[in-house]
Design a protein around this ligand. Structure first.
Ligand code: AMP
Length: 286
């Protein structure tokens, strides 16, 4: 595995790989690898000849009050994990190389970014879409793999790729979970043992709502209520949102139609740690 630190070096490598007819796949990450990241790398290895994993804690997607400075980092361990996973290039640019002095561009999508995460974190998706556009131009991949764990992000990236004509296939891979159901996340390390134990309630809330839908419930407010009721059992949880929406556009009709694909989106604080999760479910009956 080769570690690449410079954008210009990454671009030359990508050019020569493409010249040799190689299919480049990539997995964008902020590092502190867990099995969820590794599952994305495995998927990407199946989809291309050469895997570039991008490791960059992107400052512009964190608001000033968020956890950029304390976001967990362990480059040594990540290098080992990436090498074992079969990554060919680990691309870890410096902030100054990604955002040199005077950098003054951004990619701003409307619509999907105005809802849920985007509503609560108004600059977040501008940071995400800008950095992903840049990494696409640095790595020049044919395929990029993202996790369903960040569901709204996958919609944002798909919209950007389509509307700005990036010739890149976007693949979404399933969420890997701990044995008790908690979605793996680099931020889980913030949880103290008690918070960690009870964080499983997020998964229970998603399961309760999925079950309600499978039992015939299609009214959005009732489905949301099922999730809120489950989450409210734990006083340490503060709900940012726990909502059902159309899985393509995140619209929120009063009632979902038979056959409609719904995403259940949850964002909560467990203590001081913000956790997100989601589940996809189809309204029965068509
Ligand atoms: P992050 O490093 O947290 O920004 O995540 C990098 C990529 O890994 C994103 O596409 C995430 O959606 C994905 N990811 C994060 N957690 C998981 C998980 N538990 N299972 C699968 N993919 C994940």
């Amino acid at each position: 595995m080769q570690i690449v630190n410079r954008v210009s070096e990454m671009q030359s490598i990508a050019d020569s790989l493409r010249k040799d007819g190689k299919i480049i796949s990539c997995v964008p990450t902020m590092g502190f690898f867990h099995d969820g990241h590794i599952s994305l790398m495995k998927k990407a290895l199946e989809l291309g000849d050469i895997l570039v994993t991008y490791l960059f804690v992107n400052p512009t997607q964190f608001a000033p009050n968020e956890d950029f400075s304390k976001y967990p980092r362990d480059l040594k361990q990540d290098t080992k994990i990436a090498e074992q996973a079969g990554v060919h290039y680990l691309f870890c640019p410096e902030v100054e190389d990604m955002y040199p002095g005077g950098f003054n561009s951004s990619v701003h999508l409307s619509g999907i970014t105005d809802k849920f995460e985007g509503k609560l974190r108004p600059t977040h998706y501008i940071g995400v879409s800008t950095v992903v556009a840049k990494l696409f131009n640095a790595i020049k991949p044919h395929v990029a793999v993202f996790g369903q764990k960040d569901y709204q992000q996958t919609l944002v990236i798909k919209q950007m790729t389509k509307e700005l004509l990036f010739d890149i296939k976007i693949v979404v891979a399933p969420t890997l979970r701990e044995p008790d159901g908690l979605a793996m996340s680099s931020r889980n390390i913030y949880l103290n043992p008690e918070e960690r134990k009870f964080a499983v309630i997020i998964y229970s809330a998603l399961n309760d709502a999925t079950q309600a839908i499978m039992n015939g419930e299609s009214r959005r407010k009732i489905i949301n209520g099922v999730m809120h009721n489950a989450l409210r059992k734990l006083s340490s949880i503060k709900i940012d949102y726990a909502s059902a929406a159309d899985s393509d556009n995140l619209d929120e009709p009063d009632e979902f139609k038979p056959g409609q694909k719904v995403v259940l989106l949850v964002a909560v604080y467990q203590g001081r740690t913000r956790l997100i999760d989601n589940a996809l479910v189809t309204i029965p009956g068509k």
